[in-house]
Design a protein around this ligand. Structure first.
Ligand SMILES: [Zn+2]
Ligand SMILES: [Zn+2]
Length: 162
């Protein structure tokens, strides 16, 4: 979905809004994916000779817990605002994803915001103990490795004493 920012700034006078579903099939995130449905709401109003934009996103990300690899689902609600003028649309380094002559790529803008606002490390639980480094089982399910290790340490200690 594209929004003609150039036209909005040069010819427009009335506020504009768009609502669409984020394209969950074509996504390129590092370490997680966005689960459908994810709705994007976009608003543009004139402020002086600039455009005040607002994007709101609601959805959830799916990932694997960074410690135990169990599935993690985390809901998000993102709201971000921008102020852009006509001169900025012609700049190569505009922070917004502009294509062609001032067309704002709304899906790409949504993608960038989700990427920025999602933590790089997702955990099933802040207190997740992860996997046992010895047997690879989930630590929360318990395994006997820790006990065995303690026994070994104890036996070394006993050997030293004897
Ligand atoms: Zn975990
Ligand atoms: Zn273990």
């Amino acid at each position: 979905m594209q929004f003609d920012l150039n036209q909005f700034l040069t010819k427009g006078t009335v506020p504009a809004s768009r609502e669409f579903a984020f394209d969950c099939d074509n996504q390129d995130f590092s370490g997680f994916r966005v689960a459908p449905p994810c709705t994007v709401h976009f608003e543009a109003v004139h402020r002086g000779d600039k455009a005040a934009l607002k994007i709101s996103l609601k959805g959830k990300v799916e990932a694997e817990c960074a410690r135990c690899l169990e599935p993690v689902v985390q809901a998000f609600e993102i709201e971000q605002g921008y102020l852009v003028g006509l001169d900025e649309l012609q700049e190569e380094f505009c922070e917004l994803p502009i294509v062609g002559r001032g067309l704002l790529d709304l899906n790409e803008l949504a993608r960038i915001e989700i990427e920025l606002q999602t933590p790089t490390v997702l955990l099933c639980d802040e207190l997740c103990k992860g996997l046992c480094p010895v047997c690879g089982k989930l630590r929360k399910l318990g395994c006997s490795c820790e006990l065995q290790q303690a026994d070994e340490r104890l036996s070394v200690f006993e050997q030293l004493l004897s």
